[in-house]
Design a protein around this ligand. Sequence first.
Ligand code: ADP
Ligand code: MG
Length: 702
Amino acid sequence: MENGKQVTDIYGQLVFNDKIMRERLPKDVYKAVHKTIENGTHLELDVANAVAAAMKEWALEHGATHFTHWFQPMTGLTAEKHDSFLSPEPDGSVIMEFSGKELVKGEPDASSFPSGGLRATFEARGYTAWDPSSPAFIKDGSLYIPTAFCSYGGEALDKKTPLLRSMEALSKEAVKVLHLLGNTDVTGVVTTIGSEQEYFLIDKEMYMQRKDLLLCGRTLMGAPAPKGQEMEDHYFGVLKPKVSEFMHDLDEELWKLGVPAKTKHNEVAPSQHELAPVFETANVAVDHNQLTMEVMKKVADKRGFACLLHEKPFAGVNGSGKHNNWSIQTNTGINLLDPGKHPAENIRFLVFLMAVISAVDEYADILRVSVASAGNDHRLGANEAPPAIISVFVGDELAGVLKSIEEGKEFNGVGKTQMEMGAEVLPHIMRDTTDRNRTSPFAFTGNKFEFRMPGSAISVANANIVLNTAVAEALEKIYEQLKDVPSERLDDEIHALLKKLLDEHKRVIFNGNGYTDEWIEEAEKRGLDNLKSLPAAMPRWISEKSIDLFTKHKIFTKEEIFSRYEILLENYSKTIHIESLTLQEMVRKDFMEGLISYQSAVAEEAGKKKGLLPDCVCALETHITQKLDCLSSKILKSLERLAEDTESAEKKTDALERASFYQETVLGDMEVLRSYVDMAESMIPESYLPYPTYGEMLFALR
Ligand code: ADP
Ligand code: MG
């Protein structure tokens, strides 16, 4: 730590958190804000004025000159526009001003953000509204105020609004069920999230030399290095000094911003790492994850690195994900997914567990859409990541519990056993009965579920919106079936209902290895979806079932659902369009520059040789030249093909048709072109190539 400071000194020092509010706000104002945060009640303007005044004073003391409404438009990134507190006086001086109105509402006139047709051009303006449940903070001299972003008509144009709506829906349904089960003191629940963030670090100079990384975030070509991740020597390996310094800086910056960064380690692929935070309320956790990604990039840049957040920056080595650890907690402090010591007797736990399992089965396709992106398509279904099939892992103990429910028998438990490590000196550890299954896309991990499909670059808001809503719906169904049951029969009826739900949804439970071909076949037999790409999954988003779910729980209106459909498809096509153009340019310019200069060097060499030895056959030079020449013509042909197909894709007017064409045809063309380029690249010495190779990028960091 800098200047002998401790973590406790710096943690949250740039956050207008609860502690600061308690210290600085008049008691009644503090209470009113708290009521708003806890119960979602409306905030009066005089309260907002008092909060704004305190915020401004605090921000000025910390060197801030500006404030910004910080929001998350549907690009999946964050957006900000800064205004200074400055207000000129008639005498030529200035005062610093910030009103409750400015705190509560903003009009960024952000008319260029995607709205999927939700905003007519004559009322293109978007509005931001303060979200008091996520604390304001200071970054780069500005006071950041987390806000929701909506249109003039109140339609959500962002990811925060529906997330908040979904949290409220889940809370409402969970409370109804809890009251039925006798937990009448509970008045609300929150979803908790801890999202583990994977990323790559590479040398900044090298990054700057690759147009594909600069423009697309992933390499579009590049022959594999002789070494990949097969030695498994990077995972949890010793941190290299420069990387360790980066992680240290990153932790410190995040702690100052009140982001509870907790764990850091090397990941499976070379140059791949992970950061995991302590879990928080979903809304705050999503904001903090966005902030984490941003700070990662900034700190990397300062330390001479580029931080790659793309889901598949390098072919042939693992991609990056964002494991979304998810649970539900009551406002009385109970984690509803904690099985306790005797899960079989824990009716409340079993009800919530079955609600989640049935929700995931029922809405697997929509959950799949929630993690779909052009980048994540490269990862889902590949060897390192869960396949595109959604299944639920519950572990041995819960599998036993569920089996006993199914068979109507008593559960005798699997019991914890002691691990035998063969050395007396080692502590005696009890074996965990919820052992990890790293191949499952949706795994129960002790007292939470871990959804492993979200991509590393995208906001986890979508995944949690769908998860919360689907579980809210499952809970509502459970409530409807139990609400009129007399109390003396409630236990029996709950058991009967659990058995029924299990019968209906057990197909989604899978405890085996999800990476095998057998599972793909088995899943098909079970009737589980295997939606391999974004265009294949998108029609499910606008299905009747999806519209019913979201409109019933007031998460999205039909218009909002369709606008998101358009935006996702547009974004997908645009991404691949840019990738195609970038690949074409890199091949035409950068790669060919290397190819031609190497070929002419070889020819020159051959000429020299002939001068010395007129009879020589120049076997090596001839071989190289012939091979490269043959590849060159293939490259030119595939380049032409890619250019033509990309043009055809752009001519398609229907968004789904265009995206499908990009997926089925253009991506394929890019693969073919790349394969020839990579073959040629592997023959050309590094010194002739104007960009760094895989080997240099993945292994050169110290
Ligand atoms: P693991 O269970 O994978 O061995 P951890 O217990 O450290 O590891 O948890 C991994 C992630 O899950 C962390 O980000 C952690 O904060 C988060 N997590 C733990 N408990 C919960 C919970 N109740 N709700 C949401 N996330 C949680
Ligand atoms: Mg992980």
